[in-house]
Design a protein around this ligand. Structure first.
Ligand SMILES: Cc1cc2nc3c(=O)[nH]c(=O)nc-3n(C[C@H](O)[C@H](O)[C@H](O)COP(=O)(O)O)c2cc1C
Length: 451
């Protein structure tokens, strides 16, 4: 297997229902509020040698169409949502090699809690933890934390920048060899290797050190999915893994090359940054069978559910616009990456807002509807074009859609030498081919103007 063409697989798993209609699928599990559901999916993914399972999050019941939370509850679009952090600890406990990553916002947490939580999961899982850093995108989230609306993007990223600096310094506050636990001498550890931070910044004042020793991975794997200018720059400096979603191979190639250039400009080795575009495979016996499966799924999605999902992602109430007209340009959208994708697709196909809603609700990113062999052809094409180091696999429904990938797509990837036949290492970093950060690496990752 040539290292350069090795594909990484992450699974995108909501801690609740999947997408807008995943819960309506006849084969969908309805146990999404139970530990057993997540433990089972983790075992399925580990059987398929996935690098990691990733759990997204938002800190609100989405208020989208008409400014109410009605669509979210009526159609299950974006709710319910369990806290992803305990969910990933359940998944880690059910497995021994699968990486587990949870989304936590820098807007509504404190660096000390976050550093402690993820260092703990990294220890408990033997180095398999990842953190998806988000700056939040919903006014409804801000309103749960004493704010009327989401702060502007530049402010959110300024806070995120300082947040990452403090978190990584906290992870570095213990040396790798601080604990001696020498029973004979009675010396537990070497205090001279533990450092305080004494950080006094614009957003945070943190004395340190952390109460948890340096994580097994040095830093748990840092994931990011920002697509704006600030988001890309931040990701190119801090992220080990970047998630994105694209409507065409061309835009995916342009995005990946922009990110790699930015990483290079910050003296980072671009190979140490793994780009995983979203893909929603619908696997059939052949293309016709897969298309029939897709269409049956799309029939479960209502236009309103799709529109409410889009309104939630872009943080704009779309009820002000005519559903039979085109989508007008939107200012200061929530998730820039999703908005760009919608604009590209809607312009190309000449869609009205209503048609966008139907498509967005059943959206199966990455054009991966076909036989396992068709799907692997597309994956190979994206990797060879430099658009991807692997894929963030989304499921139309769970656990069935993940089982289809594990039982049909993974063997085809392996047959072509594109995917591992066993885990390479014990930690998530080792499996992703990422080196372990030295103590003090935070200095090289922060923005030059903060140096
Ligand atoms: C594929 C993908 C997945 C995302 N997952 C989440 C998520 O779970 N929670 C969240 O708050 N934001 C999520 N986002 C949003 C971004 O991480 C980011 O915080 C937001 O888009 C604002 O940054 P930007 O303007 O730079 O894109 C996701 C974005 C993409 C493209």
């Amino acid at each position: 297997m040539s290292g350069g063409r090795r594909i990484h697989l992450a699974a995108f798993l909501n801690a609740g229902v999947q997408g807008t209609a995943g819960w309506r699928h006849p084969d969908a599990s309805d146990a999404f509020l139970t530990a057993g559901h997540y433990a089972h999916i983790a075992r399925v993914l580990e059987r398929g040698l996935f690098d990691l399972a990733f759990v997204p999050d938002a800190l609100s019941v989405p208020r989208s169409l008409g400014g109410t939370f009605d669509p979210a509850v009526r159609w299950g679009s974006g709710t319910p949502r369990l806290d992803p952090v305990p969910v990933i600890t359940i998944m880690a406990a059910a497995t021994t090699r699968l990486g587990v990553a949870a989304t936590v916002s820098t807007g509504y947490h404190e660096p000390y809690n976050l550093a402690r939580e993820f260092a703990t999961i990294d220890h408990l899982s033997g180095g398999r933890a990842g953190w998806n850093v988000v700056t939040s995108f919903q006014d409804a989230e801000a309103q749960n934390f004493g704010q009327r609306s989401l702060p502007p993007r530049t402010e959110r990223y300024a806070r995120a920048e300082e947040f990452l600096e403090v978190v990584t310094r906290l992870w570095d506050s213990w040396g790798d060899d601080t604990i001696l636990a020498d029973r004979t001498s009675g010396v537990f550890g070497t205090p001279e290797s533990v450092e305080s931070l004494d950080h006094r910044g614009e957003h945070f004042a943190v004395q340190g050190p952390l109460s948890v020793p340096r994580p097994p991975q040095g830093y748990p794997v840092v994931i990011q999915a920002g697509a704006s200018e600030s988001g890309r720059d931040f990701a190119a400096r801090w992220a080990d893994v970047i998630f994105c979603s694209h409507e065409s191979l061309d835009s995916a190639v342009a995005f990946a090359s922009d990110i790699r250039d930015r990483a290079d400009a910050h003296d980072r080795d671009p190979s140490q940054l793994k780009i995983l575009p979203a893909a929603t495979p619908v696997v059939g016996r052949d293309a016709k069978d897969a298309l029939a499966k897709h269409d049956a799924f799309a029939d479960l999605v209502s236009v309103e559910a799709g529109l409410s999902r889009l309104a939630y992602h872009v943080n704009v109430d779309l009820t002000a616009y005519d559903v039979d007209g085109p989508l007008p340009p939107l200012e200061e959208v929530g998730v820039e990456g999703h908005y760009r994708e919608v604009v590209e697709f809607a312009e190309r196909e000449g869609l009205t807002i209503g048609e966008i809603g139907r498509w967005y609700g059943a959206r199966t990113e990455g054009s991966m509807i076909g036989s396992a062999s068709d799907i692997v052809d597309t994956m190979e094409q994206w990797v060879d074009a430099g658009a991807a180091d692997g894929f963030m696999v989304q499921a139309t429904h769970v656990p069935g859609a993940f089982e289809d990938v594990v039982d049909q797509v993974v063997p085809e990837l392996q047959r072509r030498g594109l995917f591992r036949t066993e885990y390479e290492g014990d930690t998530l970093r080792e499996n992703l081919g990422l080196r372990r950060p030295e103590r003090g690496e935070w200095r090289h990752r922060r923005a030059k103007d903060r140096a």
